[in-house]
Ligand binder design. Structure first.
Ligand SMILES: Nc1ncnc2c1ncn2[C@@H]1O[C@H](COP(=O)(O)OP(=O)(O)OP(=O)(O)O)[C@@H](O)[C@H]1O
Ligand SMILES: [Mg+2]
Length: 234
């Protein structure tokens, strides 16, 4: 579904990603991990066409997406749910969802409310009145209504209370287990969240991929966890 080879990314003269190669298969959920400043957000923004990049190969759904504008990439089905969530404060929950919706998407307003009942309860509330968790649910639902083939999630559980983290993890598991074939590339500082949802992981360190592992490998690789993720030994 997504095939990246030797991707370099730049902010002006600053060279942030170096020779990043990764892939995400159809229906696969893959985690992208790493410490603060490792380049995770830059990687997702690069794939979404929002950062200046160079790559040996950048193929999505069989097409070369190098140099495409962000809206073309999104319309091709590579959809980013950014870390800042991007909820429009002056619109209601339902308006936020409706303006994002693409007509052909099998995931509509009903599906969004089914997945996140909190959003239905808050449908007439303004975006400004939402909690952090509700904003994140809205951001994910909006991403799903864009008819993605691959959804990229940047820190979907950052700063949220454990009970809300569980709700979001459950929703993502639902997407995974429904067998819709949707692929997901998830960035999260919470290793347990990534392990619970994704089957495979890449670890970024200073803009380079330094490790790749399956969930079962990574869950017992305490040395790797400490070295690259700063996870304390239990
Ligand atoms: N707009 C920008 N202009 C210049 N440098 C940037 C910009 N955004 C990020 N950087 C730099 O690029 C590097 C990677 O940042 P990035 O935000 O991708 O990391 P991250 O892994 O997402 O970190 P975090 O866990 O804090 O979200 C950092 O050194 C950061 O300072
Ligand atoms: Mg980030």
């Amino acid at each position: 579904m997504l095939d990246v080879e030797a991707l370099d990314a730049y902010y002006g003269k600053s060279h942030v990603l170096e020779a990043v190669s990764l892939s995400v298969g159809g229906g696969e959920i893959v985690g992208l991990l790493g410490r603060n400043g490792a380049g995770k957000t830059t990687a997702l923004r690069s794939l979404a066409g929002l950062v200046q990049t160079r790559a040996a190969r950048l193929a999505f759904d069989g097409a070369d997406i190098r140099g495409l504008a962000p809206d073309r990439i999104s319309r091709a089905g590579l959809v980013l749910v950014p870390d800042y969530r991007g909820v429009l404060a002056g619109l209601t929950v339902e308006e936020n969802l409706r303006i994002a919706a693409r007509a052909r998407s099998p995931f509509g307003l009903d599906e969004a409310y089914q997945m996140f009942p909190r959003l239905e309860q808050r449908r007439a509330n303004s975006g400004a009145a939402l909690s952090g968790g509700e904003q994140q649910m809205l951001a994910i639902a909006r991403g799903l209504m864009c008819d993605p083939k691959l959804l990229m999630l940047d820190e979907p559980t950052e700063g949220l209370a454990p009970i809300i983290v569980d709700e979001i993890v459950d929703a993502l598991k639902l997407i995974r287990d429904r067998g819709t074939g949707l692929s997901v590339l998830i960035v999260d500082q919470n290793l347990d969240v990534c392990l619970a949802i994704a089957s495979r992981h890449y670890i970024l360190e200073q803009g380079r991929i330094v490790h790749a592992a399956t969930s079962s490998e990574l869950s017992v690789a305490t040395e790797i966890q400490q070295r690259f993720l700063g996870v304390d030994a239990a």
